[in-house]
Design a protein around this ligand. Structure first.
Ligand code: ATP
Ligand code: MG
Length: 581
């Protein structure tokens, strides 16, 4: 490819609306252009990167025994009603109507469709297990599309689904996919960590996410990990509960005036007590229903855990208006800071559910809100003064330094970008959708399913987050849009042009994807663009060619070598051939 013909416009400046480096670099280096919020054009350089990632995925999925197919992007409502997700899937599901008024959606994921394909085609145990996958665009009307390709609304995903006859078979396929994922990300030049995670709207019980560890804002997930193998997303991380022996010194339960103590800090200050003596009450709305979360006040609630404890799909903290309304419906007039579980019965037409974190269970002589403005109950004890909620479970956010649930050592925390995940779904879709096969005894059984996703476009962006410097992108060779660039310093110099062209032809002949920068530009401009775009190898043909030498530079090193053109070609050709193996 000639640089003069390559469809790319690099920009001098970073775009002003991009927050993370992968987004900034993809725009500036001319890989993507925004079409609408969270929707991007993948320009030729980007498309080459995407295809490379897709091909690595294809090769490893095929090797692992999976079969590729392609399902429609637009999906009928009826299948989503069968699975029960038409109602359950939140605002991310982009719903639309055709000219006949039939309701459809843009596929955010394909469990329903693949399950319908399976039930039509996989009728006997003899056909199982099977793993089917596709690589395709998805659409999710994300609440906060941001960070460019890391969280788009339209993005490309590889999604695979396995069908089997037993939990054992599922676990075997799960491991098989785990191994394939490990190879895929390694081949893409990414170090990943497999961490336990929450299964979310997709459902199922066991799941792992493959995270690219990064200490930047681009890592939207907190990952807790330990020296032993334990690693989990914060929405799933657990720790050994440490009992604190703090208890209030009140002899008996009483109500104290605590004016203007709207925050835990203010209450601690006013009563001269540590936060560990206070039971904090938070008001949430989960799928329209009121839920109170009780937790020892030195800890935070983990919202996904709380949501799962009541089996919800959508969670948010209640507004002060809603709290006020809840108070008046139940005959109180307290505001934030004074809320407590006692006496709150209903809201929004639903009974109030109370969930207590394990931290509150053994608390004694504690302080708690009693729904009276400027007052708190102190010296309270469970059962004697107030009923312990029926649901007592782990809803707390794990914190760095908490004890590892496996080995007891202190947990560490870091940030990660989720590039892929694997789920054991079980019969979550096959049962409601009546997707069955006949077993050995001629009896109908629902498939035991798994699903396995990789964010293709997110993987490309994550590779940039992991590999870049102040000059631009440093692509791993395996997913770079081109392997090398040949730069003649002066296009007017005949010898330079001849050597550059010969090199270019030699590289092409040996299967190297190479660009020759034939533009009549200053060398500095060419170098800048080469660094920004991120060609893994740069061969510059300049004045030293009169001594028979070219300048050879790898993008991920500062070293400049003056070597013979044929030696430079040899290094690149060998590296590219190594890749194929
Ligand atoms: P997240 O928690 O980041 O929203 P998810 O749990 O919704 O991800 P899945 O539904 O399991 O993700 O999708 C499989 C893969 O698709 C994810 O591992 C991720 O790599 C990718 N992915 C999900 N949402 C997006 C998005 N909005 N933009 C780009 N890639 C995405
Ligand atoms: Mg999501």
């Amino acid at each position: 490819m000639k640089m003069s013909k390559l469809f790319v416009q690099t920009l001098r400046e970073f775009p002003s609306d991009a927050e993370v480096i992968s987004h900034k670099l993809l725009i500036r280096a001319g890989y993507i252009r925004k079409l609408a919020m969270g929707v991007y054009n993948y320009l030729p350089l980007m498309w080459r990167v995407i295809r490379k990632i897709e091909n690595i995925i294809r090769e490893e999925m095929d090797k692992a025994g999976a079969q590729e197919l392609l399902m429609p992007f637009v999906q009928p409502k009826e299948l989503w009603e069968e699975s029960g997700r038409w109602g359950a899937y939140g605002g991310e599901l982009m719903r639309l109507k055709d000219r006949h008024g039939r309701e459809m959606c843009l596929g955010p994921t394909h469990e329903e469709i693949i399950t319908s394909i399976a039930r039509d085609g996989l009728k006997s145990y003899k056909q199982l297990p099977v793993n089917l996958y596709q690589i395709q665009s998805k659409f999710r009307d994300e609440r906060r599309p941001r960070f460019g390709l890391l969280r788009g609304r339209e993005f490309i995903m590889k999604d695979a689904y396995s069908f089997g006859t037993s939990q054992e078979e599922l676990e075997k396929e799960y491991q098989n996919m785990w191994n394939a994922y490990t190879k895929i990300f390694k081949r893409c030049g990414l170090d990943t960590k497999a961490v336990q995670s929450d299964s979310g709207a997709i459902g199922g019980s066991v799941s792992h996410e493959f995270m690219v560890i990064t200490d930047t804002d681009a890592g939207e997930n907190d990952v807790f990990y330990c020296e032993c193998d334990y690693a989990a997303n914060s929405n799933h991380a657990v720790s050994v509960l440490e009992e604190t022996n703090t208890a209030g010194s009140w002899k008996e339960a009483q109500i104290l005036d605590t004016p203007n103590t709207h925050s835990i800090d203010e209450l601690c200050e006013f009563l001269k007590i540590p936060a560990t003596v206070i039971v904090k009450t938070l008001v949430y709305i989960i799928d329209k229903k009121p839920v109170l979360a009780l937790i020892r006040a030195d800890r935070q609630v983990e919202e996904t855990k709380l949501m799962n404890s009541v089996g919800g799909n959508d969670i948010r903290i209640a507004t002060s208006g809603e709290i006020e309304e809840m108070m008046s419906i139940n005959g109180y007039d307290a505001e934030k800071g004074f809320i407590g579980p006692d006496g709150l019965k209903e809201y929004n037409g639903y009974p109030v559910t109370v969930v207590a974190d394990e931290t509150v269970k053994n608390m004694k002589n504690f302080v708690i809100g009693i729904n009276k403005k400027d007052k708190h109950g102190v010296g309270y004890n469970w059962e004697k003064d107030i009923k312990l909620p029926e649901i007592v479970t782990d809803i707390r956010l794990t914190e760095a330094g908490d004890k590892c649930p496996v080995c007891g050592k202190p947990l560490k925390v870091t940030r990660g970008i989720e590039v892929g995940n694997i789920f054991q779904l079980g019969t979550k879709y096959s049962k409601p959708m009546n997707a069955v096969y006949l077993d050995r005894n001629g009896k109908s059984q629902p498939y035991i399913m798994g699903c396995y996703g990789i964010g293709v476009t997110r993987t490309a962006a994550a590779a940039i987050e992991a590999h870049h410097d102040e000059h631009g992108i440093i692509w791993p060779l395996s997913i770079a849009p081109y392997h090398a660039v040949v730069i003649p310093v002066s296009t007017k110099d005949e010898l330079q042009m001849k050597v550059a062209n010969d090199l270019y032809q030699t590289l092409l002949k040996h299967g190297v994807e190479v660009v020759i920068d034939d533009r009549d530009e200053r060398a500095g401009v060419k170098f800048k663009d080469a660094d920004l775009i991120g060609f893994p190898y740069r061969i510059t043909v300049g004045k030293t060619i009169t001594d028979g030498l070219v300048e050879f530079k790898e993008r991920n090193s500062d070293e400049l070598k003056n070597i013979k053109p044929e030696d430079a070609a040899e290094i690149v050709i060998t590296a590219v051939h190594e890749l194929v193996k």
